[in-house]
Design a protein around this ligand. Sequence first.
Ligand code: NAD
Length: 282
Amino acid sequence: MTDSILCGLIGTGVEPSLTPALHEEEGRRQGLTYVYRTIDLDTLGLTVADLPRLLRGARDLGFRGLNITHPCKQAVIECLDELSVDAERLGAVNTVLFEQGRAVGHNTDWSGFGRNFDRGLPGARLDEVVQLGAGGAGAAVAYGLLTRGVRKLVLVDQERERARALADSFATLFETAVIETADPGELPPVLARADGLVHATPMGMAAHPGSAVPIEVLRPELWVAEVVYRPLDTELLRAARAAGARTLDGGGMAVYQAVEAFRIFTGIEPDAERMYTHMAAL
Ligand code: NAD
């Protein structure tokens, strides 16, 4: 008989998350007794300051692991005993595994973005890529792009300092890449010479309707990858398709970060395509 596996997701506003359904269904299909709970800080009246207590509690109660999301991905680091190389380089953790009494931090956001990118935009040119948004998701995406060999990355954020800080932290990790920053107003000339665009701001979500990218700059040769996944089809993606560009929605990144977390939690390689199909049906 297999042991039951208990996992969870800590963050604010996580109650409606699709991640529990994704994990539990794949666990069921793998023949596991797999329970995945949301631990919503808002609902519980807790804050980031409660993380050490929550982590200790989860470990003591027999949780196998936790996913960690906004606003806890950096703060959780001080609660951990060990970090994977990539989580340490990124300075952010979205997956914690409890093993042999130790809490080990991983990051599957960047690898999830990368696997989705490889799947959805095979052969995409990576000489020059523009990334809009240098926040939490943006850091993971930039790391994924640079790991894939992007030669020149232009980071654009309405808070230029955020873009600069990310560029500085990655410049030492990816010495052969050129990492520059620009203001949103410079997007037209910057995009005119780029191979691709990754959008990593919240624009396009229901609470932030619209597009952060002026649609007249979109063209057939420019691939466009989106990080927003609620909704899956954003104004930017619709405009990019209308302009004849290859596009990639943000759903796959959400699926593949779960695929990789599932593997870390269970030691079993999940069926990524099955999880992808399941996500699309949710
Ligand atoms: P964040 O707040 O950490 O960062 C957003 C960044 O975008 C900030 O630096 C902000 O200054 C910048 N920004 C906002 N509007 C802008 C504009 N109009 N022009 C230029 N810059 C602008 O948020 P985040 O956690 O990085 O999340 C961003 C989006 O990514 C959200 O929609 C989130 O749901 C999504 N996300 C998707 C996945 C996935 O798996 N697909 C994973 C994480 C986050």
